[in-house]
Design a protein around this ligand. Structure first.
Ligand code: NDP
Length: 450
């Protein structure tokens, strides 16, 4: 059966594709395996040049890629432009990282001991629909830099930007077979990559539930896995913070990408003596979020990805919300910006909504804030707002989460490590840290005594 790719802002079909099955997946793994020996032999300098050329082509085709992403995900074009800019930056970064990811010599008796960073071989990359090209690049960049070949499976809902990138990689001169994109169902193509004996590693971003299955499946062939999973991150606002600034920023930490963001700070924890004032400021700021046509330059929030997902998101809102915004009266899977008051035991505070719904939760003091923030199975991201520097660092050290920001909601950067604690997964993407999980350390002893 063919696969209809939908624009979630209009519900129109924008492409029809033939989804791959097990046979096509095996063929792609075969191409990647055949391309592997030559790719690992490319000199670091030349591999860097090829990655840099890919980065430049992404920049040159930036508007085209941003439009593809905006139409396929329903995300505002301004956000899509920023994401494509990051994709180019990721490839530039890993082009520059190739000759800085090196081994060491270790003093031992009787000879010289040295280590090498060897590629893993063929890696299977499985990515979600919320930031399709961005998240793919976080895996492709270090995987190629470390000398691996790739089979990439985009989400069925959003395959278009990955297919375009596959062409751009060839245009950049990256040899055929090095980057292969296979479009098809997770339960077929994804599962086959996990089971395939010639795939050395799975780099996965997606839900905790699917991640758990991938970990189980990978055990059969002792595959390496990196898992970037769900989140339920806390935005912790102390009464001594710049409340205006914190409230102005908070909506964009939840409603960006219509809340379909694993880093969404969807639990807003507010110190009780500042709660009422902060709730007023937050409501006013949320009213200003511009929801509408993703193709417009000033749109800040688009629709959800699908009708089914909209139903799931709506199921989290029970009773009268503190605030609920408007949505366009047109076709599309729209859901309004929604603020609810909650306790940390409510479903809206425990499960990942993955939509524009934020839960306001009061806390009593610093210890209570830490307790509530950590009272979740997840540990991906979070923010701390306070003008007390010592408190900011105390709380940052106490939170069981992988990526934090203080007096800011921005914690994802090309050069800094990204990944979760607890059931948000393990392994780190971005920065130099990502290279470690796309290579093996080989230790060699060379006897020098006669
Ligand atoms: P899913 O886990 O449903 O899907 C992610 C990817 O896995 C898709 O490509 C999907 O394919 C594939 N997949 C589905 N089933 C299997 C399977 N049995 N074996 C192998 N692959 C499979 O997540 P969503 O796409 O719905 O994305 C939303 C989730 O991703 C949220 O929970 C969110 O938190 C998380 N996420 C985490 C991020 C992070 O960095 N920590 C970043 C972004 C999202 P297909 O859809 O084609 O069936």
């Amino acid at each position: 059966m063919s696969l209809a790719v939908i624009n979630p802002a209009t519900e129109e079909t924008i492409a029809t594709l033939e989804p791959a099955g097990v046979e096509e997946t095996d063929a792609a793994v075969g191409r990647a395996a055949r391309a592997a020996p030559a790719w690992r032999a490319v000199t670091p300098r030349d591999r860097a040049r090829l990655l840099r050329r890919l980065a430049t082509l992404v920049e040159e085709h930036g508007e085209e890629l941003a439009r593809i992403e905006s139409q396929n995900v329903g995300k505002p074009i301004s956000g899509a432009r920023g994401e494509v800019g990051m994709v180019a930056d990721v490839f530039h970064f890993y082009a520059g990282a190739i000759d800085k990811h090196h081994g060491e010599t270790i003093p031992v008796a009787g000879g010289i001991d040295m280590t090498f960073r060897e590629p893993l071989g063929v890696v299977g990359l499985i990515v979600p629909w919320n930031f399709p090209l961005n998240i793919a690049s976080w895996k492709i960049g270090p995987a190629l830099a470390a000398g691996n070949t790739i089979v990439l499976k985009p989400a069925e809902l959003t395959p278009l930007s990955a297919l375009r990138l596959e062409q751009l990689a060839l245009d950049a001169g990256i040899p055929e077979g090095v980057l292969n994109v296979v479009v098809g169902k997770g339960s077929i193509v994804g599962a086959r990559l996990v089971a395939h004996p010639d795939v050395a590693k799975i780099g996965f971003t997606g839900s905790t539930e699917v991640g758990r299955g991938i970990m189980e499946g990978a055990a059969q062939t002792i595959k390496r896995v990196t898992l970037e999973l769900g989140g339920k991150s806390a935005n912790v606002i102390f009464a001594d913070a710049d409340l205006e600034k914190a409230a102005a920023a908070a909506p964009y930490a939840v409603f960006d990408n219509a809340g379909q963001d694993c880093c969404a700070r969807s639990r807003i924890l507010v110190e009780r003596n500042a709660y009422d004032r902060f709730a007023d400021l937050l409501t006013a700021a949320t009213q200003n979020v511009k929801v509408g046509d993703p193709a417009e330059d000033d749109t800040e929030m688009g629709p959800l990805i699908s009708a089914q997902h909209k139903e799931t998101v709506a199921s989290f809102v029970e009773g009268q919300p503190l605030f609920q915004g408007d949505t366009p009266d047109t076709k599309g899977f729209w859901y309004p910006c929604t603020l609810v008051e909650a306790t940390n035991d409510d479903r809206v505070a425990r499960e990942e909504v993955f939509g524009p719904v934020a839960a306001l939760i009061p806390f009593e003091d610093e210890a209570d804030a830490i307790r509530i923030a950590n009272d979740t199975q997840y540990g991906l991201s979070g923010s701390i707002w306070t003008n007390n520097g010592a408190r900011a660092l105390r709380v940052a050290r106490a939170l069981d989460t992988g990526v934090l920001s203080i007096n800011s909601n921005s914690s994802v950067r090309v050069s800094t490590p990204f990944g979760g604690f607890k059931q948000s997964g393990f392994g780190r993407e971005l920065g130099m840290h990502a290279l470690a999980s796309y290579s093996e350390i080989k230790n060699v002893f060379y006897a020098t005594e006669g």
